[in-house]
Design a protein around this ligand. Structure first.
Ligand SMILES: *Cc1c(COP(=O)(O)O)cnc(C)c1O
Length: 399
């Protein structure tokens, strides 16, 4: 096991969680679409709700176990739970570690379901107290800590603004306060950033995004110490029913093999696209953690090896022109999600309820652009022609 732990990241992507199928000798683990597994001869003494034993697919499934082994290896964690979606993973963390009247500190720029769970549902149902702060500002985090703070939850880079928070510094604050730190690392993937190495207690991923990478399966994961992960398994999976389909676990297992290759390409292309946008006179602002102009560029450099594929930007134009721009794109697809093979773009518009938290340039709405795996020049040409169609000043930039 210790030799395996020392293997390189790419080797782990290929081999961790894989093995020889005992029955056929196949060198790949098969897809096992079964709801139930044969019980032992004396089932009277077994724990029917054990989330680590193959009994019933809501408790766990073979393909889920293989994927958990791979993801734990990639994040350098003791254990992993894989669930139906990224939101199921987030809800699993919140419902497991927050009790009545607990206090949670959360980044005020975060995935919308996180905002709803922590700001609306959990306070209304369980009197959970929530402080939403700018987690890029350490003194705001420190000031928000209370005696009943149980959890600090950050998202870095954050969706949709790409705000970066300092994982090691916030881990120090959480530890001193006796709180857990959970990090949604979806935008980075374990190839670019491993929060457990910086002191986080739990890492959360929407597997739907870069880890699967092909836009054809949803999933979520939490990685951390075994005792914490087992608690999530019992609640979120066995008793709340958030189990992943074995087929989706199998697809994600297949997608993650090429994670390093894809993340290098996404990151290199996004840097070229971000530079093109920053140099364009019709672009009002660009937020990309890999640009020196990003407000947390130095923090990003400290904890990420490359800067991934998501860019937030705005045009010097009104709402109608932003919409026209999106609809003039011929290659880049207007659709939600990020981290797929194809480039995806969304105009958030000025009505997003979180806009009042955003820095001023974001408040009119902005474009969230997930740079895909197409040729970077084709992506830039598509942006250029759409800007031109909107009557926005053209500038020829070759990459
Ligand atoms: C998409 C996303 C989620 C939610 O994941 P689903 O798989 O869609 O449920 C959570 N966090 C971040 C940062 C995301 O981008």
């Amino acid at each position: 096991m210790s030799d395996k732990a020392n293997r390189g990241f790419q080797t782990k992507c290929v081999h961790s969680g894989n093995g020889i199928d005992q029955e056929t000798g196949a060198i790949r683990r098969p897809l096992i679409m079964a709801n139930s597994y044969r019980l032992p001869e004396d089932a009277s003494t077994m724990n029917w709700s054990d989330p680590n034993q193959l009994v019933y697919t809501r408790n766990t499934s073979a393909n889920q176990i293989y994927l958990q082994e791979k993801l734990a290896a990639l994040e350098g964690g003791e254990a992993c739970v894989v669930l139906a979606t990224g939101v199921a993973a987030l809800a699993g963390v919140f419902f497991t570690f927050l009790e009545q009247k607990s206090h949670v500190i959360c980044s005020n720029v975060s995935y919308i379901a996180v905002y709803r769970l922590l700001q609306e549902y959990l306070p209304a149902k369980y009197a959970i107290e929530t402080s939403l702060v700018d987690t890029a500002n350490l003194s705001e985090v420190k000031q928000a800590i209370r005696p009943n703070t149980k959890l600090i939850h950050i998202e870095t880079p954050g969706n949709p603004t790409t705000r970066v928070s300092d994982i090691a510094a916030i881990a120090g604050l959480a530890k001193a306060a006796g709180a857990l730190l959970s990090v949604d690392s979806t935008f980075a993937s374990p190839f670019l950033q491993r929060p457990l190495e910086h002191g986080a207690d739990l890492v959360i991923h929407s597997l739907t995004k870069y880890i699967n990478g092909h836009g054809d399966a949803m999933g979520g994961a939490v990685i951390g110490r075994t005792a914490l992960i087992d608690a999530i398994k019992r609640q979120a999976m066995v008793n709340l029913g958030g189990a992943i389909s074995p087929f989706n676990a199998w697809l994600i297992m297949r997608g993650v093999v090429t994670l390093p290759l894809r993340m290098k390409q996404h990151s290199q292309a996004a840097l070229l696209v971000a530079r093109f946008l920053e140099a364009h006179p019709a672009v009002a602002f660009v937020a990309y953690p890999g640009l020196p102009s990003h407000p947390q560029h130095e923090t990003a450099r400290k904890q990420m090896s490359m800067f991934s594929g998501v860019i937030a930007f705005g045009l010097k134009a009104d709402v109608d022109t932003h919409n026209k721009f999106v609809n003039s794109l011929a290659l880049i697809v207007p659709a939600v999600s990020i981290g797929h093979d194809e480039s995806l773009i969304v105009y958030t518009g000025p009505n997003d309820e979180r806009n009042h938290f955003y820095p001023s340039e974001f408040s009119k709405g902005h474009l969230r652009f997930s740079v895909g795996l197409e040729d970077p020049q084709d992506i830039i040409d598509d942006l250029s022609q759409a800007l031109e169609t909107c009557g926005l000043q053209q500038k020829n930039v070759e990459v």
